[in-house]
Design a protein around this ligand. Sequence first.
Ligand code: NAP
Length: 279
Amino acid sequence: MTDDHRGRSVIITGASAGLGAALARAFADAGAHLTLLARRQDRLEQVATDCRARGSEVVAVIGDVTHIDDGQRLTAAAVAAHGGIDCLIANAGLSMWAPFEQVTDLTLFRRLMEVNYLGAVHCVHPALPHLQERHGQFVAISSIQGRLAVPNHTGYVAAKHALQGFCNTLRLEQADRGVGVLTVLLHWLRGTELRSHAFAADGTPVGDGRRAHTGESVSLEQACAAILGGVARRERELVIPWKLKALMTLQGLHPASAEAIVQRAVRKQDTHSTGSVDA
Ligand SMILES: NC(=O)c1ccc[n+]([C@@H]2O[C@H](COP(=O)([O-])OP(=O)(O)OC[C@H]3O[C@@H](n4cnc5c(N)ncnc54)[C@H](OP(=O)(O)O)[C@@H]3O)[C@@H](O)[C@H]2O)c1
């Protein structure tokens, strides 16, 4: 891991599990001091303890990114503990898995927008003056679904597209204020809870076993290494894995071909529709 992050103050939302927890440990290994936020206290405290054991100074903030006040508390906690903010990673996220026509609880669309899009807005707004002070960076953990349409994910795709538009605009506005904006467009990730917590058609969690990972999925180690490197180089966009850029280019040149590739990939993952598990 790069040690370019030594002594930096890094905020990570959604740090109690999955990618957020893995990023917290990776930034701790790289010498950063951390402010971590999530709702589940026991899980967040465990991650904080792991990071302290790696030599990091850590503040754990129990909070919900859908609450404006919690975004403000997060910034205040980071500034009080570490004197400022070098990097804010908006990682908290929630997904869905249901064809639109089958959805019976439309409130899940509002919830997806609140967590994936407004959650980032709530956290970066109070942090912005502090990021400006240190010429810091705002990192939004988006998805390839911030650019491409993927079946069964209407609400998630819409929320990640909103996040992408917000970040692209913020990058322009902050260009001469010294704040970098990095969007991270990820493929499927192994080893997280996103799929089991995703909304089913009735707004309840999908649970385990609904979908299988294929060999296309990215490991947490691979994602963390790419993100720490991207932050160190002050990149504007990361596509993980990079070969997905070819699919994004195809989408621009010949959308029907790109869509056919996505349809095939999603059918391979839906173990209920294919009856097979391609792990
Ligand atoms: N997994 C994938 O295949 C994949 C692919 C592309 C992009 N991503 C993106 O990567 C990010 C991390 O996802 P993951 O796969 O690591 O998912 P995960 O394992 O389910 O972790 C999600 C994290 O977000 C937190 N969270 C959820 N709602 C929250 C809220 N309202 N307020 C505060 N924290 C909240 C959860 O903590 P609490 O429940 O404790 O609050 C948890 O720490 C997300 O933005 C996701 O969209 C994931």
